[in-house]
Design a protein around this ligand. Sequence first.
Ligand SMILES: Cc1ncc(COP(=O)(O)O)c(C=O)c1O
Length: 303
Amino acid sequence: MSDNRKIWMNGELVCYKDAKIHVLTHALHYSTAIFEGIRCYNTKKGPAIFRLPEHIDRLFKSAKMYSMQIPYSKNQISNAIIKTIKANLLNECYIRPIAYYGHGEMGLTPKNDINVSIACWGWRIGETSAGNVTGAKCKISSWIKIDPRSQPMKAKAASNYANAALARIEALNDGCDEAILLNHQGKITEGSAEHIFIVKDGCMYTPPLTAGIFNGITRDSIMKMIKLDGENVLEVDLDREDLYVADEVFMVGTAAEVKSVTEIDHIKIGDGEPGMITRKLQNKFKDVTTGNDKRFSSWLLYI
Ligand SMILES: Cc1ncc(COP(=O)(O)O)c(C=O)c1O
């Protein structure tokens, strides 16, 4: 069977099987890579990328935090993303741009050799495992979220994800779907790759950026949507116990979209079923990402 998939590597589209890097790549040994996770949705007006400028800005900010000079402009990266989606004939996909220190003389000091790749793969709306249809089961991880004093946690950097992967593995081994990490103060931070919200007595709450969480684009979108609908969402530090006794818990992220959490540490949240407010938000988010809610049409870039 022929494989027509293409990956953009340093300015060129190459065949999927040829998109290789050297084993002595600095990023492979020392995690010096920064990346993004972006979605393209299928809408009535054709494929549209969700909040592309915000993702590109974040990519460049992550690079800056690692003293990485991306050898392309923001415009060039945006155009390369569009080109890669089109070359792969995708309407609905996940997009993964990555910039990383390449190979040269081996050693911890990175050389000024920045490589950029863009891959994308088909991903339909609502296509994540637990949490969309049924509720996800979560585990409070025994792994503490890396403190932002140790490394820049506002960068979407590969080095942050060993911590997240350890938490995810532990959760899966315990029969759960996802992990929730506490910070060094014992406050709730986020999931391994999504932000967390709770609903209590009709109001919504989510941990503040000062809890050491990632600056999420879906989190920002959801908060703007909630506020525009005249509802309340407060950024406050949350304790583990606040989650157990919440009426509803949900998680949001580019990959996760809006996913319901119905169990934490084997304790049922509310009645153990996805809550009404979460369900409503799932539908509203779907309307926004597929262009049916005109109030947020500026968040979609039709390609
Ligand atoms: C640690 C972490 N939290 C939250 C998120 C969700 O952020 P976003 O909505 O920008 O995808 C991600 C995904 O990038 C993440 O890696």
